[in-house]
Every structure is written in structure tokens, then in C-alpha cells.
Design a binder for this molecule. Structure first.
Ligand SMILES: Cc1cc2nc3c(=O)[nH]c(=O)nc-3n(C[C@H](O)[C@H](O)[C@H](O)COP(=O)(O)O)c2cc1C
Length: 406
């Protein structure tokens, strides 16, 4: 079959490679971070290899693993991912080697749950661990946060972080970034969104401090910027650094798009290459939508941050169609397109969308698959394979029964 897009010399932007520092991703489709709640003492296992591996086989350009905690108490649950021990390096490397061998660029999202730690997983709506869980071996732990403000009245009080705690967490980010490099990642993203520790410092709802890390917006941004600078200092200069923002807190929140634009300007100065534009997470139930979940619901935030902070962005949130993604890129609303739920449903989305949009050579599938699929396309053009009465007669003769088109 003719490669229409390639033949016309116009590859859709979605399928054009993108170079970020010295890292080139084969296309602009990104598998967004997705917590799996299947890790063992922070480390990945065969589940993550299969979950992320199928996304590489399906053609994603960049593949994020799930949010990965920089220290054990910075996980949400006992089954959350972490990279807080050197033993994790080889475990992630095995997966990253597989992703690279299949054409994808591996990326890690480093995070810390802060006051959202010590809970059950998503299926139990992140309910806090309690004494009964302790009997089952899941002892609750004291979570930390900028201030002793619980998530809801039903949640335990977090401990307000001392300046020593702050320094220790920044060091944990640094150590985790160094381990990430050793584990073969090409991109690090700092998780500054969704109501987790860094976001908790930004929002006046969760940050009641009266030291240099609280009060004015500049002070509330200090922790985010210190983490970013410290990570940038150890993350190789030729590798890109992403930062995920919650562009707004959502209803009841106190962190708005103008605050995020100011933050993005500062992040650019710290050497961030891509601002990953998400939203929400500081107030309300984690499972209840804080924003209307319309197609591309975070894209307007990405558009404003990209333009007003003059920094490349990644858009995410109900992007499910190739043409929709292409429009976002073509109109300058984002530089990368991230998908989460659609990829659980449709892991080969990139390969299928490429074909739908005229890139017909199966280039985003592994070589062996592409070869056989190209052959199938070729066979479909041969006279013997056409839907003609003569060909059905030949088939009927061989089968010893009448075969008709169904
Ligand atoms: C199963 C699942 C796990 C998620 N885990 C994370 C995570 O670890 N870190 C994060 O920043 N966002 C996480 N998210 C949010 C997604 O990365 C994404 O921003 C969101 O689902 C919107 O994109 P979508 O409409 O394509 O799913 C998760 C989403 C899902 C569905």
C-alpha cells in the first residue's frame, strides 16, 4: 500500500520525530504516567514489563512509568513504585532495555505523596490505612507535608516538615535522579501536580508555613524550584527534564492558571524543557472530577502556558483521536501529546492512528510485525486475492464446499 503521508512529503506532526536536548523520540505520542499498584517494595516486576512493553510494541514515542517515589514514605500505598534503593536500578533497567530495543524512549516520573501517603490503592478510593490494616501487615505511617493540614477531616494529620526534612526530601529527589540515569531512563519528570507534596507547598490551602517556604507565592514556589534545580544539577545536561503541573487546583482551590504561568517561567530558568499540563488534586475526592471532563480538557492550560511562559508543553486529558492530537500540535497548543486511559484500552493506538492518517508502512510496529503486515498489504493487491467470483470458485474447489463472500 502506498505510504500517502510519506509520499506527499508531509508526515503528520504527531508522527514526526522530536529532539529534546540530545534525545530523539520517534514520534510525539507519550504514554502518560499510570500508577499500577503492583510494585514490590517499590520495585517493578513482570507486570510493568508487560504493561509498558505493549505500549512500546504499539508505537508510543515516549513511555512514562508510573509515579515513582523518591523515598519509601513518599509512596501512597505499599504497592506504589519507588526508586529509593540501589536495588531498584537493575529492576527498572530490564524494562528500559526492552522499551529501547522496541524503539521507545523510557521516562520516569519522580514524586512524593506528602500528606497523601499511607493509604489504600485506587480501587479502594485511596482510603487511609488504619489499625485493622496494621493487623494485615499494612501498618499506617505518618505522612509528611508542608503543614499539619489533613486531606479531609477523616484523614490522619500529616507531620509538618522541618527544614531538615525539606533538605532530606530534596536529597532523595537527587539520589533518585542519579539512580534513574543508571537505570537507563532518558527523561525525568518531576511530579509537581495532583495534590502531592510539591503541589502541597504551592497551594495556600495546604501550606500554612510562616518560614521561607510559606506565605507569598514566591515562598510557596521555593520548594518546587529547589527540587527542580537540584535534580537538574545531577540529571545529565544532554537529557531533557519535564515537570508536571496542576495548572489549577479546581473548584475550592487557590492555585490558578496565572500562578502556574509564573511557575513555568521560573521552571524554564531552572532548565525544565517541557511543562506537562495537568490539573486538580489538592481538594475533594480523588475520584471525583474537578473539571468538566470534555475532550482535551487540559489543552487550554497547555496553550496558555506555552504562549505566556514561552516554554514547550505536553497536553493530556481525553485526547483519543489522531486528528484531534494533530490539531493540538498544528495549532501550537502543545509540543507533545500524552495519553493514559486510551492506551489501557487501545495499546496499539499510535500504530493504528498512523495508518488512519496515511502513514501506511507500519513503521511504529516492531520490524517483524511490520514486515508481515506490509506483506499482507501487498498480498491484498494481488489479482488472486481479489473478491471475484473466479477466486471464490478456486477456493470452493479446494475446500470441497461452496465458499461465498460473507
Ligand atoms: C490508572 C491511572 C493511573 C494514573 N497514575 C498517574 C501517575 O502515576 N502520575 C500522574 O501524574 N498521573 C497519573 N494519572 C493521570 C494520567 O497520567 C493522565 O493525566 C489522566 O488520566 C488524563 O489523561 P487521559 O484522559 O488520557 O487518561 C493516572 C491515570 C490513570 C488512568
Amino acid at each position: 500500500m502506498q505510504d500517502n503521508a510519506a509520499a506527499s512529503g508531509k508526515l503528520p506532526m504527531l508522527f514526526s520525530p522530536i529532539k529534546l536536548r540530545s534525545v530523539t523520540a520517534r514520534n510525539r505520542i507519550v504514554a502518560s504516567p499510570m500508577c499500577q499498584y503492583r510494585s514490590e517494595d517499590g520495585g517493578p516486576n513482570d507486570w510493568q514489563l508487560a504493561h509498558l512493553g505493549r505500549l512500546a510494541i504499539g508505537g508510543c514515542g515516549i513511555i512514562f512509568g508510573e509515579e515513582t517515589a523518591v523515598e519509601a514514605r513518599g509512596r501512597k500505598t505499599y504497592t506504589c513504585a519507588g526508586i529509593y534503593d540501589d536495588k531498584h536500578i537493575a529492576e527498572y533497567r530490564r524494562i528500559n532495555d526492552f522499551l529501547k530495543a522496541n524503539g521507545a524512549t523510557p521516562a520516569i516520573q519522580l514524586g512524593h505523596s506528602g500528606r497523601k501517603g499511607s493509604c489504600h490503592d485506587a480501587i479502594k478510593d485511596w482510603a487511609p490505612l488504619n489499625a485493622e490494616d496494621a493487623i494485615d501487615g499494612f501498618e499506617p505511617w505518618t505522612a509528611i507535608g508542608p503543614s499539619a493540614v489533613p486531606q479531609t477531616p477523616a484523614h490522619p494529620l500529616p507531620r509538618a516538615m522541618t527544614e531538615e526534612d525539606i533538605a532530606a526530601v530534596i536529597q532523595a529527589f537527587v539520589d533518585s535522579a542519579i539512580r534513574s540515569e543508571k537505570a537507563g531512563y532518558d527523561i525525568v519528570e518531576i511530579h509537581g501536580a495532583h495534590g502531592y507534596l510539591i503541589h502541597q507547598f504551592l497551594s495556600p490551602l495546604t501550606n500554612k508555613r510562616n518560614d521561607g517556604y510559606g506565605g507569598s507565592r514566591e515562598n510557596r514556589m521555593r520548594f518546587a524550584l529547589e527540587v527542580t534545580k537540584a535534580v537538574r544539577a545531577v540529571w545529565p545536561d544532554d537529557k531533557p527534564l519535564f515537570y508536571r503541573v496542576s495548572a489549577i487546583d479546581g473548584p475550592g482551590g487557590m492555585w490558578m492558571i496565572d500562578d502556574t504561568i509564573a511557575l513555568a517561567v521560573a521552571l524554564k530558568d531552572c532548565g525544565v524543557d517541557i511543562v506537562d499540563c495537568s490539573a486538580g488534586g489538592i481538594v475533594g475526592s480523588a475520584s471525583k472530577a474537578q473539571l468538566p471532563r470534555l475532550p482535551g480538557f487540559n489543552v487550554p492550560f497547555s496553550q496558555r502556558i506555552r504562549k505566556e511562559a514561552d516554554i514547550p508543553t505536553m497536553a493530556v486529558g481525553l485526547i483519543t483521536e489522531g486528528e484531534q492530537a494533530e490539531r493540538i500540535l498544528q495549532t501550537g497548543q502543545a509540543d507533545l501529546i500524552a495519553l493514559a486511559r486510551e492506551l489501557m484500552w487501545y495499546a496499539d493506538w499510535p500504530a493504528h492512528m498512523a495508518r488512519q492518517m496515511g502513514v501506511n508502512d507500519h513503521r511504529f510496529m516492531p520490524e517483524g510485525y511490520a514486515h508481515r503486515l506490509q506483506l499482507r498489504d501487498h498480498q491484498a493487491t494481488m489479482p488472486i486475492n481479489q473478491h471475484t467470483p473466479e477466486n471464490y470458485e478456486i477456493l470452493s474447489e479446494w475446500a470441497g464446499m461452496t465458499v461465498t463472500p460473507d
